[in-house]
Design a protein. Structure first.
Length: 247
């Protein structure tokens, strides 16, 4: 079976001339939990954002489900963003609206624009969103405003929103960078467990090597916009780590 995601010779040069990616190649099979590590500025966020076209790559291809995301039309990008959920470091919730509404925003890609703008979610979508929130232990927070929640709870809402899209792939860009170690573990446990249970493929950017080793089925190390390591967590030696993180 073809890989779910295949990245070939991916390059990104920003308008100001900064080269963020200089020819990245890798494949991700269905069901993998891939963790991307690398020092600050290595190109991890750019890589994730090229996958769902939040950033337009300069060269190369991103095959997702046999479609080249780099050449996707407007409607194909909409489909792509529906099938690829994203979890952000800063949660990216709408603070003044309820937890439930934030989760339902994961359904917007499936609705026509008018229904979406009016917030006319179906009964089925509302029930599903509530089930997801139960699963993430947020059943008591359903009707609270998002900004009334702790950081860890907000990130669980971020996960719930991504899940409500029924994605094939989740991209998580440093989902625990602004959380304490105990809360971080809760978030990683939820993300890992749900992806395994639901067969969702996941690519997570992380700073913490120990956390990467604990959860990843595979680790990709990015150094100055290139792949410096691609292998199993137990193959990640101290020497390799040093190379990945050298300036
Ligand atoms: N919009 C942009 N315009 C210009 N340069 C950018 C832009 N976004 C990122 N960069 C640059 O591209 C390079 C890669 O950045 P990127 O954010 O992808 O790295 P990162 O590995 O995710 O870093 P961090 O771990 O600090 O988030 C850096 O040199 C960064 O300054």
């Amino acid at each position: 079976m073809a890989a779910l995601l295949e990245i070939r010779n991916l390059k990104k040069v920003y308008n100001d001339g900064t080269t963020a990616l200089q020819g990245v190649d890798f494949k991700v099979d269905r069901g993998e939990f891939v963790v991307v590590i690398g020092s600050s500025g290595a190109g991890k966020s750019t890589l994730l954002r090229c996958i769902n076209r939040l950033v337009q790559p300069s060269e190369g291809s991103v095959m997702f489900n046999n479609m080249d995301a780099t050449k996707a039309s407007h409607s194909q990008v909409r489909k792509l963003r529906r099938e690829v959920g994203m979890i952000f470091q800063g949660f990216n919730l709408i603070e003044r609206v309820s937890v439930l509404t934030n989760v339902l925003h994961g359904r917007l890609g499936y609705m026509n624009q008018l229904m979406g703008t009016l917030g006319m979610f179906s009964k089925h979508d509302i029930e599903e969103a509530k089930k997801i929130l139960h699963r993430l232990g947020l059943h008591q927070q359903i009707y609270k405003r998002a900004d009334e929640l702790s950081g860890g709870q907000q990130q669980r809402v971020g996960i719930a929103r991504a899940l409500s899209q029924q994605p094939q792939l989740i991209l998580a860009d440093e989902p625990i960078a602004s959380l304490d170690p105990v809360t971080s573990e809760t978030i990683m446990n939820h993300l890992h467990t749900i992806c395994q249970e639901d067969g969702i493929t996941c690519v997570v950017n992380l700073h913490q090597v120990e956390v990467a080793k604990k959860y990843a089925t595979r680790i990709i190390g990015i150094h100055k916009g290139t792949v410096a390591f691609d292998g199993k967590p137990d193959e990640l030696s101290d020497e390799v780590i040093q190379h990945i993180y050298q300036k």
